[in-house]
Ligand binder design. Structure first.
Ligand code: NAP
Length: 247
C-alpha cells in the first residue's frame, strides 16, 4: 500500500512485546504520519496518541474510535496484538483433564472476542481510508497453533481453540467486508516464535534456538508483509515471512 500524505496507524495491545515493537517500528519508519496506540497501561509521559483502554471492553474501544474519528477522520492501518497464553494461576493445558471453564472463557475473550470487537468498532474508520492510494488494512496477530490442519502435537486447548475461533472470525469478517467497495483488507498474521512475556515460559529453555526472534526483528518482518498487502490478500492467514498458511 502507498500511504497518502496523511495516514494513521493504530496498534492495539501496544505495551505487549510485539505491540510495543510494532508501535516503535511504525513510528520510526514514517510511512504513517500518526501512529496511535491502545493499551491497558498508561504511559509514564502522557502522549495524546496513546489511549488507555482495555481491548476486551467494547465500550472503551468505542470511546477511542470516537476520539480517533474526531481527530484523524480515518484509519489506514489497524494492527491488533492482543492475546494471552498464560497469567498468574492460568497455564496452558497439557491434557483434556486440565480444561477449566473460567480459564477457557478468559482466553476466548482476550484472543477471539476482543480482536473481532476491535474490527467491528474500527471498520467505519478503516472504510474511510479507501481511496486512490489503497484500502484500509486490518491485521490481527493470530498463531500457527490455531491452524487445525497443522495440529500434530495437541495440548494448549484454550489457546489453540481461541486462535482457531479467531481465525474463523477473521475469515468471516474478510468475506463480509469484501462486499463493500471500500471494505478494508483483513488478514491474520502468525508472527513466528518471538521473545516476549507470552512466550518466555516456553522458549526460555531454548535461548540459543535461532528460531526465536526478538520482538524488534519480528516487527520488521510483519511490517514488510503489511507493506505488500493488496485487496487480493483479504481473508488470508499469513506467516511472518509472507507465506500463506493453511487455516
Ligand atoms: N510471542 C510469540 O512467540 C507469539 C507466537 C505466536 C503468536 N503470538 C501472538 O502475537 C500476539 C502478541 O503476543 P506477544 O507475544 O506480544 O504477547 P504479550 O507480550 O503478552 O502481549 C499481549 C498483549 O495483549 C494484551 N492483553 C493480554 N491479556 C489481556 C487481557 N486479559 N485483557 C486485555 N488485554 C490483554 C495486552 O496489551 P496491553 O497490556 O497493551 O493492554 C498484552 O500486553 C498475541 O496475539 C499472541 O497470541 C505470539
Amino acid at each position: 500500500m502507498t500511504a497518502s500524505s496523511s495516514a494513521t496507524a493504530l496498534v492495539i495491545g501496544a505495551s505487549g512485546g510485539l505491540g510495543q515493537a510494532l508501535w516503535q517500528q511504525l513510528k520510526a519508519d514514517k510511512t504513517y504520519t500518526d501512529v496511535l496506540a491502545i493499551s491497558r497501561r498508561a504511559l509514564v509521559q502522557p502522549d495524546p496518541r496513546w489511549f488507555q483502554a482495555d481491548a476486551t471492553c467494547p465500550e472503551q474501544l468505542a470511546e477511542v474510535a470516537r476520539q480517533v474519528g474526531e481527530r484523524f477522520g480515518k484509519l489506514d492501518l489497524l494492527i491488533n496484538c492482543t492475546g494471552m497464553l498464560h497469567e498468574t494461576g492460568l497455564r496452558p493445558e497439557k491434557s483434556l483433564g486440565q480444561l477449566h471453564r473460567q480459564d477457557f472463557l478468559k482466553v476466548m475473550s482476550v484472543n477471539a472476542f476482543a480482536p473481532l470487537v476491535a474490527l467491528q468498532t474500527f471498520t467505519p474508520l478503516l472504510r474511510k481510508a479507501a481511496g486512490s492510494s489503497g484500502h484500509g488494512i486490518a491485521v490481527t496477530l493470530s498463531a500457527m497453533v490455531g491452524s487445525i490442519s497443522d495440529n500434530r502435537l495437541g495440548g494448549w486447548y484454550s489457546y489453540r481453540m481461541s486462535k482457531a475461533a479467531l481465525n474463523m472470525g477473521l475469515r468471516n469478517a474478510a468475506i463480509e467486508l469484501d462486499r463493500y467497495v471500500d471494505g478494508p483488507v483483513v488478514v491474520a498474521i502468525h508472527p513466528g516464535t518471538t521473545s516476549t512475556g507470552l512466550s518466555e515460559p516456553f522458549v526460555g529453555k531454548r535461548q540459543n534456538n535461532q528460531k526465536v526472534r526478538s520482538a524488534a526483528c519480528s516487527a520488521v518482518h510483519i511490517l514488510h508483509v503489511v507493506a505488500g498487502l493488496s485487496r487480493e490478500d483479504t481473508g488470508k492467514f499469513l506467516n511472518w515471512d509472507g507465506r500463506e498458511l493453511e487455516w
